[in-house]
Design a protein around this ligand. Structure first.
Ligand code: NAD
Ligand code: IPM
Ligand code: MN
Length: 358
């Protein structure tokens, strides 16, 4: 029995996870995997039901699982809470408690979606990159942090903190990933201003001689943001810290067509992985059957590859998605203004992918 914990979350989370669950179940049975699925609350719904965005017992179930599939957390209903009590904290705590430091966000363009991008076809053709984001350190977790309400004027601070071990382990994942791809690694930093980035550059240069077959480029984060829209096909693997990776992966998603297409895997030292779409809870379209479930379905493909050692199941899901898109099925986010393609809903998109699974 392979235990998989489903955490649908808030907003469109439950809608996209419902479709991804169908794909997970059908693929598992096709490849002879006996699944033990359990569902639990996380984020805003857990705050409403239990007073906390992540219960200890849910964390315990996660620890006993092979993989976790998450939808999204957060929404306007909980926006006024202090940062440390918000729905997003449940997700951040889960990543941190489970030691999931390596966040893989692959962005490639499906041929049928070339025209769905807001960029010109000749710019986006051939995009195939992996944004590798450090996930358990940096500005998200550094101390000191907080708002000093007693100061006049009121002050707030966050700290970007990395030690060399935290940097080295993600950088090595970067080199290893590049090695089995196009052998090109871009380290993204802001070393012209930040000491933390200077340490990253030092560690990357120290590790690089172990990977002589990989070409290395250090790139400032601001110019990287620019190059991502000017010439995205030049990138193979991008390795960077938590905050820069958060921002650049949304940018990478949009150049491939839609935020609704980008999957992710968060991995640590053990076999456990957390799989989730890169997008959020999309409160503007929640509950309307308009969400694109493909990012979550493609996250299931990554789950098969990384946590269940079944790359062929992952490939078959990706092929089904490619075929469905080639036949012209589009959720509203994949239709540019002025295009009169009739959209399909979230559930129908799920059904079409299921039909394409062979
Ligand atoms: P968002 O990613 O939720 O939405 C941005 C835009 O993209 C919206 O217009 C939305 O409709 C669209 N979009 C996103 N996913 C889509 C999909 N699958 N199909 C179609 N359209 C999609 O970002 P936001 O609006 O800035 O954030 C909303 C909430 O989500 C916030 O509370 C934020 O903290 C949270 N969030 C959660 C996660 C997560 O749980 N992993 C990630 C990002 C944001
Ligand atoms: C993401 C999200 C999260 C992050 C939020 C919801 C905490 O934006 O996974 O990209 O910033 O890591
Ligand atoms: Mn994000």
């Amino acid at each position: 029995m392979e235990k998989v914990l489903l955490l649908p979350g808030d907003g469109i989370g439950p809608e996209v996870v419902a479709q991804a669950r169908r794909v997970l179940e059908v693929s598992a049975s096709q490849y002879g995997v006996d699944l033990d699925l359990e569902e639990a609350g996380i984020g805003g719904n857990s705050i409403d039901d239990h007073g906390t965005p992540l219960r200890e017992e849910v964390l315990d179930i996660a620890r006993q699982s092979k993989a976790i599939l998450l939808g999204a957390v957060g929404g306007p209903r909980w926006d006024d809470l202090p940062v440390l009590d918000r729905p997003e904290r449940g997700l951040l705590r889960m990543r941190s408690e489970l030691g999931l430091f390596a966040n893989l966000r692959p962005a490639s363009v499906f041929p049928a979606l070339v025209s769905a991008s807001t960029l010109r076809p000749e710019v986006i053709e051939g995009i195939d990159m992996l944004v590798l984001r450090e996930l358990t350190g940096g500005l998200y977790f550094g101390e000191p942090r907080g708002i000093d309400e007693s100061a006049a004027p009121v002050r707030a601070c966050n700290s970007m903190v990395y030690d060399e071990n935290e940097i080295e382990r993600i950088v090595r994942v970067g080199f290893e990933s590049a090695r089995i791809r196009r052998k090109h690694l871009t380290h993204v930093h802001k070393a012209n201003v930040l000491e933390v980035s200077q340490l990253w550059v030092r560690v990357v240069d120290r590790v690089a001689p172990d990977y002589p077959d990989v070409e290395l480029v250090h790139q400032l984060v601001d110019s990287c943001a620019m190059l991502l829209v000017r010439d995205p096909a030049r990138f193979d693997v991008i390795v960077t810290g938590n905050m820069f990776g958060d921002i650049l992966s949304d940018e990478a998603a949009m150049i491939t067509g839609s935020l609704g297409m980008l999957p992710s895997a968060s991995l640590g030292e053990g076999g456990l992985g957390l799989y989730e779409p890169v997008h959020g809870s999309a409160p503007d379209i929640a509950g309307q059957d308009k969400a694109n479930p493909l990012a979550t379905i493609l996250s299931v493909a990554m789950l098969f590859e990384h946590s269940l050692s079944l790359p062929e199941a992952g490939r078959s899901i990706r092929q089904a998605v490619t075929a469905v898109l080639a036949k012209g099925a589009r959720t509203p986010d994949l239709i540019l203004e002025g295009d009169c393609t009739k959209p399909v809903g979230c559930a129908e998109m799920g059904t079409l992918v299921l039909e394409g699974l062979s």
